[in-house]
Design a protein around this ligand. Structure first.
Ligand SMILES: [Fe+2]
Length: 336
């Protein structure tokens, strides 16, 4: 069996507790029937110490644990100057993984190939019309990565430089990926960031309508499509994380799944974080045909996407009028 989860955020004690309970519940590796693997699609913890504690607990429960780094994993603000920049922390996390026996490269288990893909977001990933009826806080204000991560100078300024840098990190696995493709009947690729914009709700539905500018990568979609290029029907799956929206939908022959634990406050509101059904069992001697309950992908499996429509959803309009006053172009919005 292969289970998937993302966005564990175990700096929250409730989330660390969830991991510990999960680790205890099913006994040590090999205690269950067959082989159980867990795919962790990034954002484990903000500090290296919590990261290592989390992965150690998971490794004590699962026969294999796979991981790719998320943005929170590369934050430096609580590391006390331990790393010069986020690249040095990235190396430290990958070293911790090899010490703990956590896989960060491609590997075949039974008939299934599991391939982690490094990625980072770029603004130009967002191709949809902006919401301009309200004043949306800047990306630098809304997204802590701009302060909590530090990058080498040549990577910090250009929009696509980081996305390209992270994408290129996958090149070192090209031979291993080819091997895995030869040996496997099905393939599961996974990343922290989002590969396609339609895997995120439209801007008018979002409390932060500029969210699509800090979530995804076109390079990632290109790379995962190349890996799944001649997959048979139902044999290709990509797992992602980051936006904390549960997701399960098939786009052009590839199944896309997000199964985030998310923040405790999100689980309480029951809108995006999963809980009872996590980690989600995506594979049991073949991909699980059951599409799992996810509010937004259920919505888009039934309703067409209308990115041209920028009229705020009622809950977003209410949120903006509470925190930012009435919409700037309220009249046009009402009459349209
Ligand atoms: Fe994230």
């Amino acid at each position: 069996r292969v289970f998937v989860v993302s966005d564990l955020h175990t700096d929250y004690p409730e989330n660390m507790e969830w991991v510990r309970r999960l680790a205890v519940r099913a006994g040590p590796p090999g205690a269950g029937e067959g082989f159980d693997a867990l795919v962790v699609a990034g954002d484990v913890a903000e500090t290296r110490d919590n990261f290592a504690r989390t992965m150690e607990a998971l490794r004590a429960r699962f026969d294999a644990v796979f991981y790719v780094p998320g943005n929170h994993d590369l934050w430096l603000r609580r590391e006390g100057g331990r790393y010069v920049d986020s690249m040095e922390k990235l190396t430290a996390l990958l070293d911790a993984c090899s010490e703990l026996g956590v896989d960060t490269g491609p590997r075949t288990i039974g008939d299934l190939g599991i391939i982690p893909l490094f990625s980072w977001y770029h603004k130009s990933f967002d191709k949809e019309k902006d919401v301009n009826s309200v004043r949306v806080p800047s990306l630098e204000m809304a997204c802590k990565d701009f302060h909590a991560c530090q990058w080498p100078l040549d990577l910090g300024s250009d929009d696509e430089a980081l996305a390209l840098y992270f994408d290129k990190l996958n090149d070192k696995n090209n031979d291993a990926i080819e091997e895995v493709k030869k040996k496997s009947k099905q393939i599961l690729t996974f990343s922290h960031f989002v590969p396609r914009q339609e895997l995120c709700p439209e801007k008018r539905m979002l409390y932060y309508p500029n969210l699509p500018k800090v979530i995804g990568s076109d390079y990632l979609e290109r790379r995962l499509r190349a890996i799944h290029d001649n997959a048979k029907d139902g044999a290709a799956c990509h797992v992602f994380g980051h936006t904390h929206f549960c997701w399960d939908s098939v786009v052009d022959g590839i199944r896309y799944v997000q199964a985030p634990l998310a923040y405790p406050r999100e689980r309480k509101r029951r809108i995006n974080g999963g809980q009872g059904w996590l980690p989600f069992c995506v594979y049991r001697d073949g991909f699980n045909p059951e599409i799992y309950p996810a509010i937004w992908s259920d919505y888009y499996n039934k309703n067409r996407r209308e990115p041209e429509n920028t009229q705020l959803a009622p809950w977003v309009a209410k949120y903006f009028s509470k925190y930012y006053g009435p919409p700037v172009f309220a009249k046009q919005t009402e009459s349209s």
